[in-house]
Design a protein. Structure first.
Length: 315
């Protein structure tokens, strides 16, 4: 009989101390009191008051998927089993460090209530503790061909009178589609290109891919340490199969006083790797470009311009 247990935090590689000294200094404890839910026939997902996907910690829904499109989402939640991990992180020169995840809350920043824009979209805005940077995440559920998508637009705005230098951004997720039905936290993970990395349930085959077609330099990867450092991904991390995180790091550069950056990226879901990745396990560049153009056009039409978590293993 297999028994699912929590792995000790002491077995998890520590974050680089110099860069993430503020991880444990939370500005506010996570409350998750005002999550909103988006859904269409294929996807049901929460957005919580730290601005990430999921309704907060183990509260459902996290990210549920129905390949039939009939709203029968089942129990294979990509996010909520165990200690969920989906988040975003911004780092920069001078030690700037702001991030949120749906288990640990925000460090060096504030929580705020998300807002439903429609049944299939929601938005959240939060600010770093020093007031220097405002981040807005807008989420939209849609489908493109056979691929269900959680499209994300992130805007970073500089509220200061000086330049925020050397900014990097990371979005990352630990996918767990097989826990509720099969008791397995491990996924088969793949980096298909700089634009896309995926996690596939070993038993169900259900897959979630993180992708981007942004003009900013970026690189997708798989991190066994569930790194919260964008540079880890920009350096090409690819740790293979296991209970690891997928993510994309972005190299943004200097953000001038009163200026903003806008990033477009998201998650694709499917009953298999082929479907979730946009129709092929190794997407051709032309196919990725067409998908990106279609997504941007759709978003334009719609008007949309962890602390370290405890590891889990089966023994």
């Amino acid at each position: 009989m297999r028994l699912v247990t929590e792995r000790s935090k002491s077995s998890v590689p520590f974050l680089t101390a110099a860069l993430f000294a503020g991880v444990l200094a939370f500005a506010s404890a996570p409350t998750f009191a005002s999550a909103v839910t988006m859904q269409d026939g294929f996807v049901q997902a929460g957005v919580n008051d730290v601005g990430t996907l999921g309704s907060g910690e183990n509260t459902p829904p996290g990210i549920l998927y129905d390949p039939t499109g009939t709203g029968n989402y089942g129990i294979n939640d990509f996010l909520t089993p165990g200690t969920p991990f989906e988040g975003f992180y911004v780092t920069g020169g001078g030690g700037f460090n702001f991030g949120c995840n749906n288990s640990g809350g925000c460090y060096d920043g504030t929580t705020a209530s998300p807002m439903s824009l429609s049944a299939t979209s929601a938005s959240w805005t939060g600010t770093s503790a020093d007031g220097a940077l405002t981040i807005t995440n807008t989420y939209t559920l849609t489908t493109l061909g056979g691929q269900s998508v959680i499209a994300i637009t992130t805007t970073l705005a500089n509220n200061t009178d000086s330049t925020l230098s050397g900014l990097q951004f990371l979005r990352t997720l630990d996918p767990d589609p097989d826990v509720n039905a099969y008791g397995s936290y491990d996924t088969n993970n793949s980096v298909l290109s700089n634009d896309q990395a995926c996690g596939t349930g070993s038993f169900s085959g259900e897959t979630i891919c993180i992708y981007s077609f942004s003009a900013f330099a970026h690189k997708a990867g798989v991190s066994a340490a569930w790194s919260q450092d964008p540079i880890t991904y920009l350096n090409g991390v690819n740790d293979g199969d296991g209970d690891w995180a997928i993510g994309i790091g972005f190299l943004l550069g200097d953000l001038g006083a009163g200026q903003s950056f806008t990033l477009d990226y998201g998650y694709g879901l499917g009953a298999s790797l082929d479907v979730a990745s946009g129709g092929t396990s190794v997407p051709e560049p032309s196919g990725l470009a067409m998908f990106g153009l279609g997504l941007l056009a759709l978003l334009g039409f719609a008007g949309i311009d962890a602390t370290r978590r405890a590891r889990r293993t089966a023994v």
